[in-house]
Design a protein around this ligand. Structure first.
Ligand code: FPP
Length: 248
């Protein structure tokens, strides 16, 4: 792969995997059938990211708000996560994937919590792709928990209030030390952020597709990356400044 190609590959992709329910409904099957089918799409994007040289992938699997869904759907989703942890971790590990869970994990039952922690520990040394699964996660929650940690450091006398700048604050967020989020993808046709990575989305490119999550595959990922590669990212500068910097 040439350096020119690499320049257009997002280092970090975040995905809101939407549309499982509608995919199942179109097949007259329960919503859980759609979530289960969504697992295949997860495998597809993980493989696609490894092939393309994407460094980090963050998937929104269960939001803080998803607890409000019917109890049987919540139960089916939690069971699916447990099953996925049992079935997929070996292969992820063999493929060099470092798996992490972000969100308030204390809300999950002990067995699931333990499996998440174990999977993270087991894959901690892998470097091919960093896969972050957001569960019981909310972007506002993340900002608030980071603010709490900053306040506690000040209260302990370890930190001056003036020392809290953007870089320092970021170190308390769930994705500290993960490359900046370059590309946000949402499947399922809606154009919303839905309380996903609010802090990290500041300069991400946004990509929305009608494709329902279970139908999302490596070709869909390639289309999103191609679209990203065509964007001019100015980070507050003018187009001329960006062109001059690129010519240097
Ligand atoms: C949103 O679709 C999807 C979810 C709330 C769950 C996402 C879970 C998976 C893709 C399962 C596999 C994930 C892992 C990490 C093993 P929706 O139910 O809101 O769909 P709708 O908008 O069509 O109703």
């Amino acid at each position: 792969m040439t350096t020119t190609t690499l320049k257009h590959i997002p280092r970090h992709i975040g995905i809101v995997m939407d549309g499982n329910g509608r995919w199942a409904k179109a097949r007259r099957r329960p919503r859980s059938f759609g979530h289960n089918a969504g697992r295949k799409a997860v495998r597809e994007v993980v493989e696609g990211c490894i092939r393309q040289g994407v460094e980090a992938l963050t998937l929104f699997a269960f939001s803080s708000e998803n607890w409000q869904r019917p109890p049987d759907e919540v139960g089916a989703l939690l069971e699916l996560f447990m099953l996925a942890l049992d079935k997929e971790v070996d292969e992820l590990d063999q493929n060099g994937v470092r798996l992490r869970f972000i969100g308030d994990l204390s809300a999950f039952d002990k067995a699931l919590h333990k499996r998440m922690v174990e999977a993270a520990k087991r894959t901690a040394g892998n470097t091919k792709l960093q896969l972050n699964i957001a569960v019981n996660y909310g972007g506002r929650w993340d900002v608030v928990q980071a603010a709490r940690q900053a306040a506690m450091a000040v209260a302990r006398g370890e930190l001056a209030v003036d020392a809290i700048d953007e870089a320092a604050f970021e170190r308390w967020t769930s994705l500290a030390e993960v490359p900046p989020l370059d590309l946000f993808i949402r499947t399922g046709g809606d154009h919303r952020i839905s309380n996903f990575l609010l802090w990290q989305l500041a300069y991400a490119e946004l990509y929305f597709t009608e494709t329902l999550w279970p139908d999302f595959n490596q070709t869909s990922l390639q289309l999103a990356i191609n679209d990203f590669a065509r964007r001019e990212r100015r980070f507050g500068r003018t187009g001329d400044q960006v062109a001059q910097a690129a010519a240097r």
